[in-house]
Design a protein around this ligand. Structure first.
Ligand code: TXA
Ligand code: MG
Length: 331
């Protein structure tokens, strides 16, 4: 079993030495747990793809702890980027910028750009500082599966390939970072996440949406099936009663309910409520943990309640839609 260790000074030292030796360390961030490797070491990066069974066309996010580290990995001549970093870093915002030669092709899938972010978690920051190099880290889950928001989620989804897991408790934000590309004239939202689009637009003006092209996703967050539970999951239509979502032939199924605020009338073998008070932040923070729990209940079908797509609701709905698609349900 992969060791799960508290983030003591000694364990952080051990973890940074493992990273320096080219091995993988899972660590907490404010969004989800990451699977980290030395971003400047191609052999270490290759281990990430191997452990996650991640396709090589899917580039990684490079994590830094100081703004000064940026100069070695990306070209900084974008006033919008500086403004966004001033406001949202450290925090759940990833920026896609022109890269330098120092960044291996494996980190960017050969793209001329690199995705960078400064996480707002003391354990992540301490680890990166101690390592002394930028740390590439995707979410610490097998490719396409549910993202991890606790150390146990990571431990339960991997049996090898990771040197250790640093336990930093539950992730506060619970959905991945927002990814914004500043590679072209107009900023483009590649993935909705912990910083709502509205907040970006208030600071830098209109933000375009990436045309969803499943043939050539520029962020696999855009792949239609991602973040998927093993159990089939169906996202209800807004305002539609759950009974309507269940076909006559499905009435005998063991049903699970993933609600935003409450539980409708009906027979459910398991129920999870994201936020009884209707707080989108709480809902985002609990989203993946609720899905992991439902997925462990041997249900036949999970029904998920939709919510308004504003603020964090956009990131939550994106994850629910993709989870449903990835579970084999057609939209
Ligand atoms: O919150 C997060 O961002 C978490 C934590 C661990 O920091 N990380 C995360 O990584 O979600 P991952 O690998 O699951 O998602 C990375 C996304 C991918 O969809 C990838 O395609 C996109 O970032 N990406 C990375 N580099 C890119 C680039 N140069 N251009 C466009 N998209 C890029
Ligand atoms: Mg991921």
């Amino acid at each position: 079993m992969i060791p799960v260790l508290p983030p003591s000074e000694e364990n952080l030292r051990f973890a940074s030495a493992e990273l320096a030796a080219g091995r993988l360390v899972s660590f907490p961030t404010e969004t989800v747990y990451g699977l980290g490797a030395n971003a400047l070491d191609p052999a270490a990066l290759a281990r990430i793809f191997e452990a996650k069974r991640r396709p090589f066309f899917d580039p990684l996010i490079v994590h830094i702890a100081e703004r000064d580290s940026l100069d070695s990995i990306c070209v900084r001549r974008d006033a919008r980027a500086e403004k966004l970093m001033d406001r949202f870093w450290p925090g759940p915002l990833t920026l896609v910028l022109a890269k330098t030669e120092a960044v291996p092709d494996l980190a960017t899938s050969g793209l001329p750009t690199v995705a960078v972010r400064m996480p707002a978690h003391p354990v992540a920051l301490a680890l990166i500082r101690m390592a002394g190099f930028p740390v590439a880290a995707p979410s610490a889950n097998p490719f396409g599966r549910l993202s991890p928001t606790t150390a146990a989620h990571v431990r339960d989804q991997f049996s090898e390939g990771i040197a250790l897991i640093l336990d930093g408790g539950d992730c506060r934000v619970g959905v991945e970072s927002t990814i914004l590309s500043l590679a072209g004239e107009t900023p483009v939202l590649l993935r909705s996440g912990g910083i709502p689009r509205e907040q970006l637009e208030a600071l830098i003006g209109p933000v375009g949406l990436a045309g969803a092209n499943p043939e050539k996703p520029s962020a696999p967050g855009q792949l239609p099936g991602h973040y998927a539970p093993r159990t089939r999951m169906r996202l209800l239509r807004a305002g539609a009663p759950p009974a309507q979502a269940v076909a006559p032939g499905e009435t005998g199924l063991r049903l699970g309910w993933l609600g935003f605020r409450g539980v409708p009338a009906g027979r459910f073998a398991a129920v999870e409520i994201l936020s009884p008070s209707g707080d989108p932040r709480e809902a985002a923070a609990r989203l993946f943990a609720c899905l992991h729990r439902l997925d462990a209940q041997s249900l036949d079908l999970i029904l998920a309640e939709p919510m308004a797509e504003e603020g964090l609701g956009a990131a939550i709905m994106d994850r629910l839609r993709k989870a449903a698609a990835g579970s084999g349900e057609s939209p």
